[in-house]
Design a protein around this ligand. Sequence first.
Ligand code: F6P
Length: 527
Amino acid sequence: MVAWKNLDTLESYKALQDTKGNVNLTEAMAGQNGADRVKKYAIPMAEGLSYHYAAKKVDDDILEKLASLAKEAQLSEKFQELYNGAVINLTENRRVLHQLTRGQLGGKVMADGVDKREFYKKEQEKIAAFAKKVHAGEITNEKGEKFHTVVQIGIGGSDLGPRAIYLALENWAIANDTLKMQARFISNVDPDDPVGVLGGVDLAHALFIVVSKSGTTLETLTNEAFVKNALADAGLDASKHMLAVTSETSPMAHNSGYLAAFFMDDYIGGRYSTSSAVGNAILALAFGPDIFARFLEGMAAEDKLAAEEDPLKNPEMLDALISVYERNILGYPVTALLPYSQALSRFPAHLQQASMESNGKSVNRFGEPMNYSTGEVLFGEPGTNGQHSFYQLLHQGTDIVPLQFIGFRKSQNEKDVAVEGSTSQMKLCANVAAQMIAFACGKDDENPAKRFSGDRPSSIIIGEQLTPESCGALLAHYENKFMFQGFLWNVNSFDQEGVQLGKVLAKRVLAHDTDGALKAFAELLGI
Ligand code: F6P
């Protein structure tokens, strides 16, 4: 029987309180001791990735206590409940089924009278068949010409994940000769967004996918209207250029204004929807359905590891345990995600939503207040660009920011240049290794301005190359990590009530139903 308890009621959490300050990284990571830790504190992940936590403020004793915490918090049992279809999302009375889009970890999950795994697979098959017809020129524009661009219109989870993964694999696809269509994205209700994107798109040869689970998001509906106007102005029939991805119960479903419609459902949160039709449609059109299938295989392989009970064999669970240790025992509220991979340029933005919309909660899953902090403020940029931007604060600022690096031994294509005896890829990898040691070990100096205190924790996920499979595994790692964090904090990681108030007030502004400061600010902004 699973018991959902607040973190601070767990005995193993209390036992961790005494360990604060037990590990000083400037000592732990120095000399042979440091090299031994690097060897010892690592876990294999799926698809050739591995998670390395030698430069985190943990030792064998802390890891043992974290393992006890995992057990007492019943992290594995909770995950089992989730993937077997229990109603984990209490406030919305919903199951949480995104893992089913890429595999079946547990028993059959029946909902709404259907086997949900079969439902998701059927949508994948429908999308694959559609994409193949587009690529083969069997589905064309009104003049019988092939489409060569696909534009996604959506926001939040209906934009960030698919966009991040498209960018992650675009250059890999070019290098491997499998880029079938160029993809573009329109998300912001700022008219400059559609204007900018449409300015670079040949409308006559473009397909537009309107993506909204609810089918009611004002930004997306407004951008859809914007694009429809542009198509009409160009003398094109919008219904021959537009697809819908939505849930079957939304106002966008079963609408003759779309060339085709593909479905996900309410059991998949927007921020967890990249592996559903939300990401599938654009990624299969851009790269081909086989590449999307390989991406899902990577996700499924990592999900399997997430089901492992022992946290020392479960990278997602361990990452979550260490992050909660950093948040609640060491008191660090911010985490930086630093991929040393240009292809992952929008990955931090996607994970920002996945983490912060999931775990930024002040009440527990039963609506009761909690006496401890939850959620992490997540931000990040690819290295080495970040080094020349905000790393100053990370190295010498008054706050300690735990760091999550990602690095690959190989770039996505063969082209490179040797300057001063090293290639670009070698420089990239040298930098990430150097940063980890600089943060952990620091450097003393007579001049206080040049002193680095060190003892700043980081971890790294290392892979051979960013491919569809490793990219899938990487995304599944973080989705599962945020889920385990939520289990530990005892929050509902699958609702997002915190986004509602602003939407309601914006509607009031647009209806001129305001007074006081809201009216005053609205007037200042010209409404
Ligand atoms: O406002 C937040 C949110 O509900 C996100 O959770 C979601 O990803 C986004 O809006 C878009 O929602 P939809 O897919 O229903 O348009």
